[in-house]
Design a protein around this ligand. Sequence first.
Ligand code: SF4
Length: 418
Amino acid sequence: MPNRKKNLSINRRGFGLKEQVAGTLAKEYKSGLVKYLRENGSTLQVGGLRILLAKEFGFCYGVDRAVDYAYETRQKFPDKTIYITTEIIHNPQVNRKLREMGIRFLSGCEAGNYKFEDIKPEDVVILPAFGASVEEMKHLIETGCVLVDTTCGSVMNVWNRVERNSRDGFTSIIHGKYSHEETIATSSRALQFEGGRYIIVRGEEEAQVVCDYIRHGGDKAAFLKRFEKSISPGFDPDRDLQRVGLANQTTMLSSESLHISKMVEQAIRDRYGEENLKEHFRAFDTICSATQERQDAIIELGAKKPDVILVVGGYNSSNTSHLCEIGLRYAPTYHICDPGCIVSRDEIRHKPFGQNEEIITRDWLPPGPVSVGFTSGASTPDKVVEQTILRVLECLGLELSLADILPEAPLVNEFAAN
Ligand code: SF4
């Protein structure tokens, strides 16, 4: 059985210090301007800028909880050495803050020169919202350290599904990115049961290769080469694609996950017949509700026809990059990691969807009055969205404070704290 069910010493509920850390969290991550917009129709005209804010964006319930627990952990153990296995969420500002609080990163963008072997029984280790692999969990439990597990319940839901697939003799086909922390943790769950297998598909193109093999078989060596980084050890497509169950990384494009599920279902139907479908195929949509709501909200935002959409979030954030993908259907859309990417009215640094490197685009804002849509990934603090809005105003020649923008300005900081 999975270790997480056995080990009762793992803290998954925080330390009851929510109130003590609330003020700091509000100051660092919340925004009076964003709160005002949320409560007043998500639209505001300031000078020549029409601000259109998505209805749902920013911190999801899983991220909120993970960040809260990390701050509570620091508060609870002021004198202990605290590690975190990797980035708590994919947001550079939040990770930098945790490092500044003395939390040691074992990997990720804030990684210091620390190793798992350095961890002592008296230390504390935080597990991020994406969870940790079975191997990592085993190692950490053996050290006897205090574990603070912030794994999101929606991620654990996927683990349960993958474990059930393995237990029942189904190979998990996981729609995700093989190098993403969540998918690494999820795929490791498939191996906890004898004969457990998985294959990770990045998108519809790879799913098509799998479907073709299900239907007709094919060149096994070429298949294994193509998926060498995304299959379980000893994977044999002739044996392991006979009974398959779908799962996905919680932050993928939900429409693509559903389409892939339908593609695989049809391939199984073609191979084994409708009457045997249940014996060979299991569908399961494991996109979390927060991801779905943010994807729906940018569609709604796009329907308002903004001139430009800005999507704010870490460049390694999967859900943020999918928001950019959707935004592009409606308007020029720029994925920026922080307000500093907005160099001027003429120049913006951003990561185009599907590319790894940041580029510079000129003339990104049309002349004259403009409407700009704003949204952010599930790991982006509202404060960063506020700074982005203020930066756009600055580029339009409007160097304004919150007091200039909002009639209720004296209250905005109180808004942020509530
Ligand atoms: S995006 Fe979804 S699965 Fe990931 S932390 Fe947020 S709520 Fe949890």
